[in-house]
Design a protein around this ligand. Structure first.
Ligand SMILES: Nc1ncnc2c1ncn2[C@@H]1O[C@H](COP(=O)(O)OP(=O)(O)OP(=O)(O)O)[C@@H](O)[C@H]1O
Length: 417
């Protein structure tokens, strides 16, 4: 057996008055200080790298000014402030150039983020010309996310519309004023969004899901046995039934407006006076079919929908209209289109995007024209124009199951009618 006879091993040198544990504490403190210095140095290097990349990226996308001075031409870009790296993610501050707006950075968000080695970025105003640029490592739009099993109990409870590029959830309360327009090409995700919205609302005690659906898939059979079914007209065989149903809804709206209590100009949804969600699935298809049959029938349908759109909000009526494209003549005219406060566009040609969302959306047109199913562009009151991914409920069977499970049943007093 080897024996160690060195004095140091037999009798440790006490060179720090705190004893062995004190020495360990000192060593730990020194180590921590060294680690902190290394971390700060690494942070400084990273910050310097990011500053350089930011400058190059801004110049690359044209977010810069060329200044001619005595030394020659120099490029001026939004000034990089400080970098923050932490568990909450990576971000940095930027001082915009005089006259600049956060939207100038947002307009080039994807390209700037990619140049910095990230999947996306969001710009949060701080104060004055300063903004915080928040970077995302992964693109939340790239992955499917499942619709939670939640249902709402009331019209004023928020329902989930989707998840934004920065991962934040976007919600909308049906009771807030505003009709909803959804456009998108075949297979772009309109049905999935609608399945999700209706499945969340099916159980609400003060919501009645009514409407017209020539496909008979969104409304109709899936709702058999619920309080909503009697207020839905489906199929394309009897188009007059669609017109008659829309007329009935207008009559109901008029009754509510006529009997509005004194000093009230807006009906709040209750169990006795439910919010009526008028779902118009593939509305241009209904209009086209009606026009082919009888022009007067198409006019009757258009004028009923126009009245619901223009006067329905005060009477607790909301319209959810789905169409492949919201061209004015396909949805009952430009006036009808203007009545929608919440607008969602899945994959559509660039000009259709600008048509529904205005010129601000034009820059996104080419990219959005090829976007994946389930990704939509949203404009709504209180929401900047954002891209989001709608939640995925599953196939049609899963939708039918949810409606069967949660769909509100008619009570004995037949209150839904
Ligand atoms: N939010 C989503 N997340 C993941 N995948 C989706 C999403 N939305 C749609 N998809 C995929 O795209 C397919 C088509 O979607 P959907 O049926 O909703 O399109 P649509 O616009 O209603 O088409 P159509 O006009 O032909 O009915 C779905 O079967 C699904 O595979």
């Amino acid at each position: 057996m080897a024996t160690d006879h060195t004095p140091a091993m037999r009798e440790p040198v006490r060179w720090y008055t705190g004893g062995p544990s004190g020495a360990r504490r000192l060593i730990n403190r020194l180590r921590a200080r060294v680690a902190e210095q290394q971390r700060l140095e690494a942070h400084r290097f990273l910050e310097a790298d990011m500053r350089g990349l930011w400058r190059e990226a801004c110049a690359g996308v044209g977010l810069c000014q060329y200044v001619d001075n005595a030394a020659g031409m120099t490029v001026r870009t939004p000034r990089f402030g400080g970098l923050r790296v932490g568990p909450a993610g990576t971000s940095f501050t930027v001082e915009l150039m005089p006259g600049g707006e956060p939207a100038d950075v947002e307009a080039h968000a994807l390209r700037l983020a990619h140049s910095l080695g990230f999947a996306g970025l969001r710009v949060a105003p701080l104060g004055g010309r300063w903004v915080r640029v928040v970077l995302f490592e992964v693109d939340p739009l790239a992955s499917t996310f499942a619709l939670p099993h939640d249902v709402v109990g009331r019209a004023d409870a928020p329902i989930l519309l989707g998840r934004r590029e920065d991962g934040a959830l976007v919600e909308h309360a049906l009771a807030s004023p505003g009709h909803i327009a959804v456009q998108g090409q075949n297979g772009s995700g309109k049905s999935q969004l609608s399945y999700g919205l209706l499945a969340q609302l099916a159980a609400a005690a003060d919501v009645l899901i009514s409407g017209s659906d020539i496909t008979g898939l969104l409304l109709g059979r899936a709702w058999d046995g619920t309080a909503h079914r009697a207020h839905q007209v489906t199929g394309s065989k009897d188009l007059t039934a669609h017109a008659a149903h829309l007329d009935r809804l207008v009559g109901w709206m008029d009754d509510r407006l006529d009997t509005m209590p004194p000093r009230i100009d807006n009906i709040a949804p209750t169990v006795q006076t439910p919010l009526v969600l008028v779902v118009l699935e593939e509305f241009p298809g209904l209009l086209r079919a009606a026009q082919a049959k009888d022009r007067k029938l198409a006019e009757r349908i258009t004028s009923a929908v126009l009245r619901l759109l223009s006067e329905g909000r005060k009477a607790a009526f909301r319209v959810l209209m789905l169409a492949q494209r919201f061209e004015a003549n396909a949805v009952g005219g430009g006036y009808a289109r203007d009545q929608f406060a919440v607008r969602l566009s899945f994959r559509v040609p660039a000009e259709s995007l600008a048509m529904l969302h205005g010129d601000d959306a034009r820059r996104l047109g080419p990219e959005h024209a090829n976007t994946e199913p389930g990704i939509a562009y949203l404009s709504a009151p209180g929401q900047d124009c954002v891209r989001l991914r709608a939640p995925y409920l599953g196939g049609y069977g899963a939708y039918c199951d949810r409606i069967t499970r949660h769909g509100r049943r008619e009570d004995t007093e037949g209150r839904a009618a």
